[in-house]
Design a protein around this ligand. Sequence first.
Ligand code: AHG
Ligand code: MN
Ligand code: MN
Ligand code: MN
Length: 336
Amino acid sequence: HEADAYRTDLMTITRFVLNEQSKYPESRGDFTILLSNIVLGCKFVCSAVNKAGLAKLIGLAGDTNIQGEEQKKLDVLSNDVFIKALVSSGRTSVLVSEEDEEATFVESSKRGKYCVVFDPLDGSSNIDCGVSIGTIFGIYTMEHSDEPTTKDVLKPGNEMVAAGYCMYGSSCMLVLSTGTGVHGFTLDPSLGEFILTHPDIKIPKKGNIYSVNEGNAQNWDGPTTKYVERCKYPKDGSPAKSLRYVGSMVADVHRTLLYGGIFLYPADKKSPNGKLRVLYEVFPMAFLMEQAGGQAFTGKKRALDLVPKKIHERSPIFLGSYDDVEEIKALYAAEE
Ligand code: AHG
Ligand code: MN
Ligand code: MN
Ligand code: MN
C-alpha cells in the first residue's frame, strides 16, 4: 500500500505550477520556465550552504553592499547564480537584488515579461554559525514592450503575481504562491526535485508566539512597546506568549506560517523605516501571509498597498496570524 511503497505519483513543483498555470490559457509556459530557473538557483544555494564550511564558503567576501553591510561570500555567490539563472531564462526584463545597488536591465534579445525582486541570501549573519538562512523572491509582470525602467518594479505589492522563499534548514523547503493559496515543496536530494509536501498552507487564526528582536526595545514606539508588553504580561489572564527569534526572516516567517503567531520588525528611533526592505522582504512575505489567511501591516497601512519610491526602500512590518495582527493594528489606530 501507498505508505511504504515509493509514492510514484510525484507532484514536483514544475508539474504543480503547470497544473496551476493551465487555468491561465495565455501563459505559454513562460512562468514555468521562469520558476524552473529560480528553482535551479535555490538548488545551487542549498548545496553551497550544505557544504559552506567544507568549501571555504563562510566568512566575508571583503566588500560591502548598498545596505552598508559587509557581504559574505555566500551573499555574493548566491547573487551571481540567481542573476545569471534569471537572465538566461529569457523570461525577465528587470531584476532587483538586495546585493546590487542598481537594478539589472536585461539586454533586449533576452528580455521576457517578468520582473523579479529578490534577496539571494536572507539571514547572512547566521551563515557562519549554521543557523537556517534563505532566499526570498517576488514576481511582477511587465505589460509594455518599451525600454524597461525601475518604474516596472516600483509598484505596490498588490500587483505581484507570485512570491516565495526557499529555506536552507534541516531540510530545504520552497514555499510558493502564484495567487491561489500557499504551497510547500521539500527538496528530495536523491531526485534533485522539489516535491509537494505542504499543499494549501493556512496560518492559524491566532498564535501564542511573538517574534521580535527584544534588543531594540529601548527604541520602540508606544504601540509596539504596548503590544510586546501584552505578549509578556497578558491583561486578560491568558498565558504569556513564547518568544522565538532566529534572526533570519525566512526562518521566523516560516515558523510563523506553520505554527501561527506574529513576526515584528518595528520602526525604532534609530531606523524610522525599520530594517526590512519593501520589495524583496516585506512584499513577498506579506503576499504569502495574505494567501495563507494571515495579514501584514506596516504600522500605518496594509503592507501590500505600499508604493516604494526606491528599490531598497525599507518599512516596518508586523505580519502573521490574522487576530494577532488585528491587535497591533488597534494599538496603532488608537495612537493616530
Ligand atoms: P539579510 O541577511 O538578507 O540582510 O536580512 C537580514 C534581516 C532578516 O533576515 C532578519 O529578520 C533581520 O535582518 C534580523 O535583523 P536583526 O539582526 O536586527 O534582528
Ligand atoms: Mn543583507
Ligand atoms: Mn534579508
Ligand atoms: Mn540578504
